[in-house]
Write a protein that binds this ligand. Sequence first.
Ligand code: ATP
Ligand code: MG
Length: 365
Amino acid sequence: TAEKPRSLRVAVIPGDGIGQEVMPEGLACLRAAAERYNIDLELDEQFKDWATCERYLETGSMLPEGWKEKLSTYDAIYFGAVGMPEKVPDHISLWGSLIQFRREFDQYISLRPCKLMPGIPCPLSNKKIGDIDFWVVRENTEGEYSSIGGKMFPNTSREFVVQDTIMTRTGVDRVLKYAFELSNSRPKKHLTSATKSNGISISMPYWDERVLEMSKSYQDVKVDKYHIDILTAWFVLRPELFDVVVGSNLFGDILSDLGPACTGSIGIAPSGNINPEGDWPSLFEPVHGSAPDIAGKGIANPVGMIWAGQMMLEHFGFKDAADTMMRSIEIALESGGENIRTPDIGGKGTCQSLGSHIASLISKI
Ligand code: ATP
Ligand code: MG
């Protein structure tokens, strides 16, 4: 859905923990794809100490002054992971980096593929490749996660709290438009909307109303809606029902963790935080965090990072390169031997053995 630039300028931010380890593998794969398909790809590595807890401990902030102006000139941010929970609380590391990007760069779409991959055991029984292959689109800026509300009569028996949900027409319509466009670009052309209009009686009926209105502009897209409770059950019991699933900030948050979990893929799933118009940079990252327990051991699975790079190329319209990256990941997961696979997927290999195997496949398949 994004316009195709001739070239792609990317700010590379590895961050903390295994982010520093998986990033070089992601970059090697992107370089292999760019070389093969003649993409003018700039991977700017001057941001090695940005969004790191080390930096926070030294300077008191996760990002330097002027970060917004500096990053604004890039098409995308390729992000590793952030967090060092024993030394810096997550609300500081996360709010000082990723959440700043999301807000300041109006990345109003969170996009995650939920795809069963070869060589990765599925936690659901009787599912085969192809049965799970859908996208979760989450609204990323408003909805239930407003900070508007308050507490009254604290510490008394009359104590109560209120927190508002905000749905603006602009905010709802723009995420729905993205979801309809994505559905329309896929063979099944099927969009599922998450709702709860039988319980949340004002905001969710409004969401449903906007879905209905928007569907009139996309006659080819088959639309259905499920209440969030039964929808989560269907994710587990019948994931083959879905093609594109769209939800509000809260429902999308839940679904975008549940979806990838159903494919068994903590170390391999990617995520996009997208500003579809390209007015600001979009951000692509693995779903996993900094994983302090395995950091420094060289055994992190690099596939989440590499797949995030694949998503980035696809988003910017470099279809051939993205397809080749996807196939290379699949081949590596399906047939990469014990010495290539990382321990989390049953091997004795390293981050580097799996990463360089995928990079070499990208150059030659
Ligand atoms: P968060 O940042 O979401 O709070 P975290 O940084 O504490 O999470 P995660 O990175 O989400 O931890 O991972 C949870 C566990 O899953 C880790 O402790 C690690 O053992 C495993 N894990 C995560 N990512 C990978 C990976 N790429 N390769 C192998 N194992 C991983
Ligand atoms: Mg963490």
